[in-house]
Design a protein around this ligand. Structure first.
Ligand code: ZN
Length: 149
């Protein structure tokens, strides 16, 4: 059984200076780069939205960032436009060591549902291929969970 590390959305828009920056996000970069060396397999998820994604406040009339709507039957908070496919904001941060990343998993690609998980969208309508990839490479999901917790 191999140990797998899943890097979740370490993209420019979630890092300092990005459209939806997490405060002090860049502090994880050296830690992650160090951690990478200790795993057999490294996967990276990418929030990967079409420009017309339903979670973007700009795509709804008279709505602001932080407002809540019902999107395709699910409660949805509205975000600034972020991680739009093939834009610089959607790229992995330049200081992240990508050499050990074995596979990239795109999420949030359906404009009608957001996707906070790397495994499936918020409505659990569609799965990404992350679970399949982990099983294919005989990675240990329990190990992954224990690292997160
Ligand atoms: Zn997103």
């Amino acid at each position: 059984m191999k140990n797998a590390l899943i890097l979740v959305d370490i993209q420019n828009d979630f890092c300092e200076g990005g459209a939806l920056a997490v405060p002090q996000a860049n502090q994880i970069l050296p830690i992650v780069n160090d951690l990478l060396t200790q795993f057999d397999l490294v996967f990276a998820t990418l929030d990967w939205h079409p420009h017309n994604h339903g979670s973007f406040a700009a795509n709804h009339e008279k709505k602001r960032i932080g407002d809540r709507i019902i999107l395709n039957g699910l409660d949805q908070i509205l975000w600034p436009k972020h991680c739009v496919q093939n834009t610089s904001g959607a790229k992995l941060h330049a200081q992240l060591n990508r050499r050990k990343i074995k596979h990239f998993v795109h999420k949030g690609t359906d404009k009608n549902v957001d996707s906070y998980s790397g495994f499936f969208d918020n409505g659990r309508i569609h799965s990404t291929n992350l679970e399949h990839l982990l099983k294919k490479h005989a990675a240990c999901l329990l190990a992954w969970h224990s690292i997160i917790a």
